[in-house]
Design a binder for this molecule. Structure first.
Ligand SMILES: *Cc1c(COP(=O)(O)O)cnc(C)c1O
Length: 368
């Protein structure tokens, strides 16, 4: 089986993890935490990093420190992972959706303007599958209407928008370091900000809102979202190799595109002139004319030993939200189409040229 994703773990990770074990620094205190936070913030062009135990709680913490009131609205794409809407709902606010761009699969920024109203407090751009969201129109809207921008940059480690790093453009940015992300800590996440007040609030949120003045005295409720020094040790080792990870992803995409652009009816990932795409996952969308849909193609590839994953299913199509009275009767046609016609091919960091060729050959046969 050619797996859809596989982490790249090397000697340095082993050495750093062993040093945690040998010195006893295995909980959420230790030098690797601070090093990982400082180095990741600096890499992305932000001031402060707050490491947490996964990307979902990074989003939850980022939303919570905004102190949103019931009825406050956050605009985000329907085409994303549930963590984004979950974070908005958990913060007591109301998620408001927009559709995505048919080529980049990222939030359609044109649709955001029409959804801004008196209750809008924030916009959450989610950079999808390695490609950045068109940020300038959003940053302008945020400036004009006094809105907060929270980037979900889980899928775009190292990607750039007009020369700026993804995760370095919003008021807050959230990352996941799950095992299939471009750099990983196994499970893990981080929130970045350049606002000292928000950074302090995030640290409280992560650590049960313990106060400095008097331990075990609380003025608000926090959570235990802490990352361990062992996870951070893996992160520091991975970060030292990030340019190689990105280069492998870009090489993989180039190889797929060179081979697959010959096939009819297959939409491939794009890279806008203002973007550096890091191709976290290599997605393809099948034209209606091909007859088979993504689920059928995935099933046939599976029997040929090729693992794939379907695209996201839009948030407006989720029964769990309909039961809460959210998104009922809403329709986002691009999201609905690509959810059914899109899937991604093996995109792991350890993929070889022979494996790329084998995937393409089998895909070609299935589509004929
Ligand atoms: C992976 C991912 C998350 C969630 O991260 P976890 O670490 O798995 O909780 C959030 N947003 C996006 C866009 C992701 O791809």
């Amino acid at each position: 089986m050619i797996p859809v994703s596989e982490p790249w773990v090397d000697e340095k990770e082993i050495e750093f993890v062993l040093s945690c074990l040998k010195t006893g620094w295995i909980s959420s205190a230790g030098q690797f935490i601070e090093q990982f936070e400082a180095e990741w913030a600096s890499y992305c062009g932000m001031q402060y990093g707050v490491a947490v135990c996964n990307g979902t709680v990074a989003l939850e913490a980022a939303l919570r420190v905004l102190d949103l009131a019931p009825g406050d609205e956050v605009i985000l794409p329907s085409f994303t992972i549930i963590s984004c809407v979950l974070a908005v709902v958990e913060a007591g606010a109301t998620p408001v959706l927009v559709d995505c761009d048919p080529l980049t699969w990222c939030m359609d920024v044109e649709q955001v303007k029409a959804k801004i109203g008196p209750k809008t407090k924030a916009i959450m751009p989610v950079h999808i599958y390695g490609h950045p969201v068109d940020m300038d129109p959003l940053l302008e809207l945020a400036e004009r209407h006094g809105l907060v921008i929270i980037e979900d940059a889980a899928e775009v480690h190292g990607a750039e928008y007009k020369g700026r790093k993804c995760g370095g453009m919003g008021n807050l940015s959230c990352f996941s370091f799950y095992a299939n992300k471009i750099i990983t800590t196994g499970e893990g996440g981080m929130v970045l900000t350049s606002d000292a007040r928000l950074a302090a609030r995030l640290r409280e949120e992560r650590n049960l809102a313990f106060q400095k003045e008097r331990r075990f005295f609380h003025t608000r409720l926090g959570h235990n979202y802490r990352m361990t020094n062992i996870q951070a040790a893996i992160g520091v080792a991975q970060l030292s190799r990030i340019e190689e990870h990105v280069a492998r992803k870009r090489w993989m995409a180039e190889a797929y595109t060179a081979r697959l652009s010959r096939l009819d009816g297959l939409q491939l990932p794009v890279e806008k002139p203002w973007a550096k795409n890091v191709y976290w996952m290599y997605g393809v969308v099948l034209a209606e004319a091909l007859g088979i849909d993504a689920a059928q193609a995935a099933e046939r590839l599976r029997t040929e030993g090729i693992e794939t994953r379907p695209f996201f299913l839009g948030m407006h199509e989720q029964p769990v939200f309909h039961q809460m009275g959210l998104f009922v009767g809403e329709s986002y046609p691009v999201t609905e189409r690509i959810a059914r016609r899109g899937f991604y091919l093996p995109s792991g960091l350890t993929l070889t040229a022979e494996q790329v060729e084998s995937v393409c050959e089998k895909l070609e046969r299935i589509l004929k």
